[in-house]
Structures are given as C-alpha cells and as structure tokens.
Design a protein around this ligand. Structure first.
Ligand code: PBG
Length: 331
C-alpha cells in the first residue's frame, strides 16, 4: 500500500540536489565503460573517421597511448578493431591468424605500456580481414559457411590469446563457436582468458560508421542477415544467450545498445549473468549529429544514454564516448 496525494508527493524527494543524490537508484562510473579503438598501420598516425566525428584510427604507438589514457581515467578495458591494409585482405581472411598482425602488435604494445593495468578485449570475426567483408568464409553461392568458419575463429582466438588478449569477444554469430573457442583456450593453457560473446547481435543498420572505420563497408556486398539476428526477434535472443552460456561464455553482450534495451532487461532477468551492451557506431554518430545540429547537448546526452544502459541492467557498456564520459565523471 502506498499513500496518495497530498500525503504522497512524488516531488518531495526530487526537490533538492542532495535528496536526488540520496534517492538515485543507479550510478555510472568509468569502471562501467569499455572503450573501442581502431588500429591502423604506420607510426604516429592518427586518421579521423568522417562518419564517426571525434573518433580516429591510431597506429600501434597511439593505441598504447590511448590505453594508458584509459587506465588513468579508470576505464578498466579497451576493445581493439584493426583496419587491415587492403593488400592483406583475402577471401579466407588468413591475416587474422598472423601472429604479427595489427591486432597482435597492438595487444603487445598495450601490455608493454600498461602491464596488467588494463584489460584488452579482442573481437573474433573475419570481417576486418576478408576481401568480401563478411565475418566468415563464403561458398560459391556467397553463403557464409558455419563450421569451416568456426575452425578459423578458433585459431584467430588462440592467436589473440597468445598475444595477450584478456577477453575474447566473438562477434561473428556462427553456431557453436563459443564451445569450440572455450575448449581450445582450455587446451592451450589460456584458462583465465575470458569469453564475452556477442550473444544477441542483430543485423542492424547502425553499424555503417564502424564498417568505414575497419575499411569493410565498400567491400561488403549484400548484408549479414544469414547469421546476425532479425531485429524483430526477442525470444530468439534468449535462446542465443542460453546457448552461449551453456557453451562457456563468461559474459554476454547485446548489440546494438539503446534500441535493444528490452533485450538487455530480459536477458538480465532470465539469466542473472553479466550482460554488456554495445552502444554502436551509428548510435554514437546519431548523438554527434544531434549535437552538431544544435538539437541536444553532448554531455547530457552521453551521460543520460549511459545511465539508461545501467538502469536496464547492464554490467558495462562498450562506447566510443568512453574516454569523454570518463572525463565528465571524474572531472
Ligand atoms: C564485426 C563487428 C561489427 C561491429 C563490431 N564487430 C560490424 C558488423 O557486424 O558488421 C559493429 C560495431 C559498431 O558499429 O560500432 N563482426
């Protein structure tokens, strides 16, 4: 039972800043953030990405510097994505298995710069390495084949773990890949390397700027609908999450973020496991476009969206605004 007006006035507890602080149900701290970073070849290179204003690709030295910056801000983890040179992309994405590829060099540089002071999450999928921009191997009909792709992903994950990755994050949506990667990690001594699976990843129109950033947009013919999920589906996301957990995922991710907070909430309530969300490139670009158009104020938009993730049940959020937000939060 609850009182009614005027004995109950909901505005009472909102009347002063101290009281709002006292009654706040959720908090966002820098420790909630994972910062995605794009790696490119060269030395002292910073390449701005036109469709992601404020985000750049960095050469390996710059990535190490960003990792140090993140650690100093209290951001616990960064996520790496390579912009593989065109000459190293191939139909089978073999560069993903090269122990000296951009990703592996970036991991080692971060280790040299930060030691264990920051977590390194690495994306497992072939799209930054394939000449066709799909996340896996394609057959003659252009279909992305599952089982042969999984075999590649296992080797890709082992390559990243050997270079020092802390969290393997398969973003490919192949069936059975979490179990295969978990078994391979166990058998190769990487018992403490985590798996954060992109468990509910949708075939979304919000990934465009990311594909520019990793150079796959122009290469990709068609779409990814034979492996990424239909945005119409919610129950299917719960099945995907259940499977990945059964296969050995330590945590799961929902992607994109804000348009899919209903999925975050359902996953959290059903499974009571760490759930992360990826506020993807198109979501970042929408906020920046709103700011540029004078339609909103950046600091408030960034903090409000991050709070929405926490309220929905997220353990943490991958966001291109991570360093920006951390500065607001600690400043
Ligand atoms: C690759 C991958 C994508 C994203 C993360 N990993 C793109 C895609 O699936 O096409 C998107 C991230 C973003 O848009 O910020 N498998």
């Amino acid at each position: 039972m609850t009182a009614s007006y005027p004995n109950l006035r909901m505005r009472r507890t909102r009347a002063a800043a101290w009281s709002r602080a006292l009654h706040r149900e959720n908090v966002v701290t820098p420790a909630d953030l994972i910062w995605p970073l794009f790696v490119t070849e060269g030395k002292a290179v910073e390449e701005p990405i036109a469709t992601l204003p404020g985000v750049s690709r960095w050469s390996v030295d710059g990535i190490a510097a960003r990792a140090k910056e993140a650690a100093a801000l209290g951001i616990p983890c960064i996520a790496l994505f390579p912009n593989t040179p065109a000459g190293k992309r191939s139909d089978d994405g073999a560069e993903a298995l090269n122990p000296d590829n951009l990703m592996c060099r970036a991991i080692r540089a971060i280790r040299d710069a930060c030691g264990d002071g920051i977590g390194v999450l690495t994306d497992v999928a072939l799209d930054p390495y394939t000449a066709h921009g799909q996340d896996g191997l394609v057959d003659d009909a252009g279909y992305v084949v599952n089982d042969d792709t999984v075999a590649m992903l296992v080797d890709q994950a082992l390559n990243q773990a050997a270079a020092g990755a802390d969290i393997i994050a398969p973003s490919d949506m192949m069936d059975g890949r979490v179990r295969a990667i978990r078994m391979a990690l166990e058998m190769n001594g990487h018992t403490n390397v985590q798996i954060m699976s992109y468990a509910a990843k949708y075939a979304s129109a919000f990934y465009g700027p990311f594909r520019d950033a990793v150079g796959s947009r122009g290469l990709l013919k068609g779409d990814k609908k034979t492996y990424q999920m239909d945005p119409a589906n919610g129950e299917e996301a719960l099945r995907e999450v259940a499977l990945d957990l059964a296969e050995g995922a330590d945590s799961v991710m929902v992607k994109p973020g804000l348009p899919y907070l209903d999925i975050v909430r359902r996953v959290k309530e059903r499974f009571e496991v760490p759930v992360f969300a990826y506020q993807v490139s198109g979501e970042y670009a929408m906020i920046e476009a709103a700011v540029a158009a004078g339609a909103g104020e950046r600091d408030a938009l960034v903090l409000e969206t991050l709070m929405a993730f926490k309220r929905a049940g997220c353990c943490g959020v991958l966001t291109y605004h991570a360093a920006y937000a951390a500065r607001l939060l600690v400043g």
